[in-house]
Write a protein that binds this ligand. Structure first.
Ligand code: FAD
Length: 431
């Protein structure tokens, strides 16, 4: 085999990069993890619900050992209007046995993951930006940072949603705005007792809200609110093309959500701890249809497009970890065989397709198109609120059956029965 500085160089110290590097080091490989931030996590941002079952394959005691905030046992899907909301509130203790999802703060989680990498023998190099790939013919043989060159048998691009590395490799072009969304998020501290009273939580249990409608001032996307130990993570995710088309300012939309009369009381007397913006992926299935490998290169996590937004859940971290595990398996096999050809790297795609990452990307392939339905962001929420208003508003007029109330509400709304049926049918097929 060629002379190299490391068996594997991983670019990016997010969830994907750290999990991949850790798995490879555990298998006895010489691994370098390069992160441009001053430490892992310093540039990263998630809403913060980590569907963490996949981490059992990496750290069997993940939930106990990692710096996680709360176990999510309540999920609220909220249709928010200007002066009303309709919430579907699902509390289920089975979600804690075993723990299905936890809230996390990346500023704590990513440094912990990087520390685990170091303990496993990974050389972690923070504060260094990879500028490009080293190639010999069609083979990727290492990375370039400024004047420095480092060589490896395999390079793993885990450099996040913009992945300049995937672009440098000629795998991806600049992503169209329609495939991307902008996330704007605040972390707001609340005294633990206040938070638990306000959100009806006990112990380490937590709640995750997914909010559509007036959360985003009708821009395609949604709002989220997740409880941490003594803070809430709250923000909006806005599809870039729709945000531009509606001419709205992303921070103003974020502020509008936090000030909404249904939301503001939940944040009352809170102290702003963090505020940040980050791009995220709106149409992951479209992005992962690109190649994910070249000879000597694999692309994982957001860099490859592994994010799924169904309106009810935003998933990226679990898919980042799942894709990293698949990549580590393929790379280990390549290192054993001393074969870093295209065929050897393509084992990664086979591994993905054999597991939940590939399967889920296919299952939810229609979700992004479903979420393009404009009516989801205004009319559906209003219709629901009008139906319930008709039931609860006992104004001494004679009562009518639910069907008649619903028919009247539909007549007043911009939706038609046919349109509603079509949205319902699409929802059933996409989600
Ligand atoms: C507002 C918002 C809310 C979200 N909510 C959720 C949620 O609730 N649950 C969920 O699972 N997912 C959520 N996501 C998605 C999730 O954050 C991502 O899918 C996940 O972070 C992807 O991990 P990653 O390791 O692939 O990429 P990242 O976490 O982006 O890590 C990439 C790393 O690469 C580094 N890097 C980039 N370029 C270079 C370079 N040239 N050289 C060296 N280092 C480099 C970066 O500094 C960074 O550390 C959300 C995203 C946003 C923006």
């Amino acid at each position: 085999m060629a002379e190299v500085d490391f068996d594997v160089i991983v670019i990016g110290g997010g969830v994907a990069g750290t999990v991949g590097a850790y798995q490879l080091a555990q298998a006895g490989r010489e691994v370098l993890l390069i992160e441009r931030g001053i430490e892992a996590g310093s540039k990263n941002l998630s809403g913060g619900v980590f569907y963490c079952r996949v981490m059992e394959q990496v750290f069997p005691d993940f939930v106990e050992a990692a710096p996680v905030e709360r176990r999510i046992t309540r999920n609220v899907l909220s249709f928010l209007n200007e002066s009303s909301h309709v919430n579907i509130d699902v509390w289920d203790t089975r979600l804690a046995e075993p723990v299905n999802a936890v809230s996390v703060l990346r500023a704590k989680l990513d440094p912990w993951l990087a520390e685990k990498c170091e303990e496993a023998g990974v050389t972690v190099m923070p504060g260094v930006k990879v500028d490009g790939l080293l190639t010999e013919g069609s083979q990727i043989v290492g990375v370039r940072s400024g004047e420095d060159e480092l060589r490896a048998h395999v390079v793993v691009a885990a450099d996040g949603v913009n992945s300049f590395i995937a672009q440098d490799a000629g795998i991806r072009a600049k992503e169209p705005m329609k495939n991307l969304a902008l996330g704007v998020k605040s972390v707001i501290r609340l005294r633990r007792e206040v938070l638990e009273d306000r959100f009806r939580l006990t112990g380490d249990d937590g709640v995750a809200y997914a909010v559509v409608g007036d959360a985003t001032r009708s821009v395609a996307g949604g709002g989220f609110l997740y409880t941490n130990t003594d803070s809430v993570s709250i923000g909006v995710v806005l599809r870039l093309d729709d945000l531009a088309a509606k001419g709205l300012d992303s921070s103003a939309v974020h502020d509008h959500f936090l000030a909404h009369p249904a939301i503001a009381p939940l944040l009352k007397d809170g102290e702003l701890l963090e505020y940040g913006c980050h791009l995220t992926i709106e149409d992951g299935p479209a992005m992962v249809s690109h190649d994910l490998t070249l000879p000597g290169l694999v692309i994982i996590g957001d860099a490859a497009g592994f994010t799924l937004n169904t309106g009810m859940t935003i998933r990226g971290m679990d898919l980042a970890a799942g894709s990293a595990i698949a990549a580590a398996t393929a790379i280990n096999r390549a290192l054993e065989a001393g074969d870093f050809s295209q065929a050897a790297m393509d084992v990664y795609r086979t591994e993905l397709d054999a597991g939940f990452v590939g399967a889920d990307m296919k299952t939810y392939a229609k979700a992004p198109a479903f979420l393009e339905n404009e009516e989801m962001y205004k009319d559906v929420g209003r219709l629901l609120a009008d139906v319930f208003h008709g039931l609860y508003n006992l104004d001494t007029t004679p009562r009518r059956h639910l069907l008649a109330v619903a028919r009247d509400a539909l007549k007043r709304s911009k939706l038609t029965m046919t349109r509603l049926a079509r949205i319902g049918w699409q929802a059933v097929r996409a989600l």
